[in-house]
Design a protein around this ligand. Sequence first.
Ligand code: FMN
Length: 509
Amino acid sequence: MEKKALAEIYHEETKYHEARMGKFQRPLDWGAQPSPYKDYHSEKKIDLIPYLPFQNNPFTGEPLPPAKEQGGYPFGIGEISRLLYFTNGVTGILQYPTGQTLTLRAAPTAGGLYPTEIYVAVRGLSALESGIYNFQVKDHSLVLVWEGDFWGEFERYCMRHEAIANANLLVIMTAVYQRSAWRYQERAYRRILLDTGHILGNLVVYAPEEGFTPFPIGGFLDTSLNRLLFLDEAEEGVLAVVALPQREKVNPDEIRPTSAVASQRMPKGEDDLKMLQLQLHRVSSILPGEKSDLSRVQQPPDLNILESKYHLKEANALPDVPIEWGESVGQTILLRRSTRGLSGEGFLKEELASILEYAYLPLSAVPMPLFDPSILETYLVVQKVVGLNEGVYYYVPQKSELRLLTAGDFREQTWHFCLGQDLARDAAVLVIHIAHLKRAVEKYGDRAYRYLHLDAGQIGERLNLAAIRLGLGVSGIGGFYDDEVNALLGLSLDEIVVYITTLGRSRSS
Ligand SMILES: Cc1cc2nc3c(=O)[nH]c(=O)nc-3n(C[C@H](O)[C@H](O)[C@H](O)COP(=O)(O)O)c2cc1C
């Protein structure tokens, strides 16, 4: 019998089935919920709030003095403060009658659990000591964790990605697994990667406003990087490194276009099914001395694969209607919230076209900030869009084309497979990301699982921002009966559902 990759086993084992939900629905132990914050105590703490471009302190509402002068060579703390804030800073505080507060951030997160931590490495700045810092979301500060210039290590551990040599700033995203696993158990890893992809999405769209060109790097020596950050690998691991050279310092054409690198598939032991998500992360690691076939993956992804699917089906071309972002995409990031209820009303085909156009812009961007969009495919369930028939469509991003696969009203099915969430029934459109996992694993080993979910999260964040900018409602959906989605889309057994985003009109608007 054909041996399955751990990524395939993990996905199969973490599928939700209506009849087997008991396995995933254990009562929550509220006393055991991990904190969404990591505390670092250090004398060297840099308050980033004075650099924010706001009249009021986002934490206290107190008036803020005018933003501090920039200053600094080659750039100052202001750029870093705003970059981190619009990537994953606190953008909302909810006060409950009980006195409890809930802080919300620039990027969404499944279940409000915030598993992603952010570290920052800098060197050669006049305004900030060289070193590795932890970004303290709860008070918008940086805490110096490790003093010194670690570029030699980062270059080596990130397989000599050229963008690092050109940068004075790196953002490193890690996951503290238990924050999400506390609630979602083995299926947490999927959501952790999607959450982190959303954060990556904010960073990628906002970084150019501060003069940086972002290069997300997914190919790195895991253990070496985890050790550099003093992470306990059983608790926390690096998911992505983003090099942020200043725009004028790089010619993106001369830098590796994508940094998706294969991991080696390793033989699996008998205890595979225990702590599956941690094992999958470990097995998909790249180890020092391991020969990853860089030449194989340095080529730009072949997007023709997406175009050739269903090419004989009836095509519906979407108009070119770019979104007008105003002064800064940051204004939209500030407004972004997941919609708690959709009205069931529809929106226009032009609005859908705008949202998709923005979400898939990275495919033609240089540098292309996705790990490999040729292994991720997009289906739409159109439930109410003026100018489009209801039904299941395949989306071809390079052609802005929808190919009708099955006409019909599938609200009952979408409601059911999204675990009975009304968001799905009342959405105008569901955007569903899928992948042929076997093929993806052939290309990248088990590490493909990371790239697929990080990329889907990044595109998901762009769908969020575009919808918010157009005054529409949007929410990610991380829990679904996988096989039922496969059945509606007509997918094969080797294809997996990665992520669902619901779009529509908010109930209140
Ligand atoms: C990967 C992912 C999965 C999510 N799944 C759901 C879901 O199934 N149902 C839902 O109502 N919201 C879902 N959300 C939205 C979160 O509940 C929301 O992001 C979180 O409560 C924080 O609120 P905010 O997005 O308004 O900042 C999801 C978000 C993400 C990123």
